[in-house]
Write a protein that binds this ligand. Structure first.
Ligand code: F6P
Ligand code: MN
Length: 354
């Protein structure tokens, strides 16, 4: 049987009755996928290409920018500016949005991206990735430049989302709302080939991904929920759990799609609104992929994709993965909220353990 390339997959999706993949979206996804090949090429040069290390600048969130953050950012901007599919772009690495310049035709989509996710891993040769999300530009912006407010749409309105992961293999994982599909980069012929899908998150994996060093920031309910898993066969779960943390969200989410488990980066319960991950560039696209693969994604309480963004670089707490695990943490949090005395007891116990 002939291999199914990304182009063929998308053309076949376009032909389906009631297709969710019009030609413009197909071309946009192909452009992003092509750029990911160029990013992969830049990353793989490593020390030989003078691409490692920091630039000495900070992004809008006060994080040190790596050389590769900006190389990837510029590759994505350059490749997607002129094709006529987009009205504008927004990136984790840029303070403001990037409307398509007037010298180019404008299209009906908005592209949002995290050019290099997990970029602290680049210098130590661990997996990193590119995350992207596609929204429709609101009708109201026809005939004018896009503005920041046009990008502040809930995740449920995404028309496509995906990531490339630059690891032992280079993969592209994509959804256009009809399931999740994985493509592997065939380096010899330079094309993406379908290697998995529709992907379903396996159940009952008993594996969690969390940065344990942030324990003091967790709510009492989250701390207790993790504690119960650490107790393994001797605790209320009755099973041993594994812990994995790559510090690269693409790698952790990819493992969950393939093998199951749950990923948590809770918000800091001591400071309202303080969280690590970005709603528009990280939480929303990953949540669409996870839900499309049968999982769930919340901010600890509410569905991520129902959160109405209030700013471009907004951060959120994030819990995603196997539905049962995500719901069980949500229920535990709700139960504690409705029993404040119990919550206070657990908070006290957690405090005395520190
Ligand atoms: O982009 C943010 C990110 O690098 C994620 O990829 C990753 O999950 C997380 O931050 C790592 O956070 P920490 O440095 O706290 O382990
Ligand atoms: Mn990131």
């Amino acid at each position: 049987m002939q291999p199914v390339t990304l182009s063929r997959f998308l053309i076949e999706q376009q032909r389906l009755p009631g297709s969710s993949c019009p030609a413009e979206l197909r071309l946009l996804i192909e452009t992003v996928a092509r750029t990911c090949k160029a990013i992969n090429h830049a990353i793989s040069k490593g020390a030989l290409g003078d691409v490692l290390g920091s630039l000495g600048t900070e992004n809008v969130q006060g994080e040190v920018q790596k050389k590769l953050d900006m190389i990837a950012n510029d590759l994505l901007l350059d490749a997607n500016e002129w094709g006529g599919h987009l009205a504008g772009m927004a990136s984790e690495e840029m303070e403001t949005i990037h409307p398509i310049p007037n010298r180019y035709p404008k299209g009906e989509y908005l592209l949002l991206f995290d050019p290099i996710d997990g970029s602290s891993n680049v210098d130590v040769d661990l997996s990193v990735g590119t995350i992207f999300s596609v929204l429709r530009a609101p009708e109201a912006c026809a005939g004018r430049d896009v503005i920041e407010a046009d990008f502040l749409q809930p995740g449920r309105d995404q028309v496509a989302a995906g990531y490339a992961i630059y690891g032992p293999q280079t993969l592209l994982v994509l959804t256009i709302g009809t399931g999740v599909y994985e493509f592997t980069l065939d380096r010899e012929i330079g094309s993406w080939r379908l290697t998995d899908g529709p992907m379903r998150i396996p159940a009952g994996t008993r594996e969690f991904a969390v940065n344990m060093a942030r324990r003091r920031q967790w709510s009492p309910a989250t701390a207790q929920w993790i504690e119960e898993r650490l107790q393994g066969t001797e605790g209320p779960c009755g099973h041993d759990y594994n812990m994995r943390w790559t510090a690269s969200m693409v790698a952790d989410v990819h493992r969950i799609l393939k093998r199951g488990g749950v990923f948590l980066y809770p918000s800091d319960h001591r400071t309202p609104g303080k969280a690590r991950l970005r709603l528009l560039y990280e939480a929303n696209p990953m949540s669409l992929l996870i839900e499309q693969a049968g999982g769930a994604a919340t901010d600890g309480h509410d569905r991520i994709m129902d959160v109405l963004p209030s700013s471009l670089h907004q951060r959120v707490g994030l819990v995603l993965g196997e539905k049962e695990e995500v719901w069980s943490l949500r229920q535990a949090s709700q139960a504690l909220q409705s029993e404040p005395q119990q919550g206070a007891k657990i908070a006290q116990a957690a405090e005395s353990e520190r």
